[in-house]
Design a protein around this ligand. Sequence first.
Ligand code: NDP
Length: 250
Amino acid sequence: MNRFTGKVAVVTGAAQGIGAATARQLAAEGAAVAVLDRNAPDKTAEQITAASGTALGYVCDVTDRASVESVFDRLAADLGQPHILINNAGITRDDMFFRLSEDDWNAVLAVNLTGAYHCAQVAQKFMVAQRYGKIVSLSSRSALGNRGQANYAAAKAGIQGLTATLAIELGPYNINVNAVAPGYIATAMTAATADRVGLTAEEHQRSVAERTPLGRVGQPEEVAAVIAFLASDEASYVSGQTLYVNGGAR
Ligand code: NDP
């Protein structure tokens, strides 16, 4: 498939994990991809170029509005005006609510929710002018509630509300806005969670797999495939939705 020929896509937090897999998938189908991360975005961009795709890396902290604005101006000059934004950058700072610090609350909200607000607000200027746009943001199954993740659950539920509202406000400009809510995906983020509870990544994945109907955890490419669908014209009449990608877990 070549669903993204002629399109410019921006993926935040794309140095590794789900963001890197999404950047690779969009580029493999013809998009010119701006790989944004606060650290080491060039690694993913180099992988894409080595596979004959088009990509450039940009250091960008999504919590910093000035950084987001200047990177969007640069990438629009380098690659062309953006058609697709994937709000993927995310962090966790897990703790039980009774001792959850204000720093950990603010840090998680700043990256996962305010970061998406910054990027979407800057990106929509280009999209409205072009009367074309796709915004896909990463929510999480944790939005439904997860022990030790009050900050993360609040941010990821916020993404669902932001998505539903942007779909209403930006729909008249031919901009589709959707979210993906993964369950447990094997990445550095979940490996860090395993470490915090004193398990190896493999042990942690096995215990999650046991309570997942499909009997395994997910891989970044399986989320990237769903993001790519929502970012494509195949999903042209889908907007304001959150699609759970969680192996059937309730
Ligand atoms: P990773 O930790 O593997 O990758 C996240 C990337 O985002 C990292 O490269 C990280 O950089 C970067 N990042 C963090 N803060 C910023 C920032 N302020 N500005 C720019 N980039 C930043 O995570 P995953 O691939 O697992 O997760 C990707 C998204 O999917 C996140 O939004 C996450 O919440 C969501 N998700 C993941 C699930 C999972 O099971 N893995 C489940 C549900 C949702 P650095 O390494 O420097 O922190």
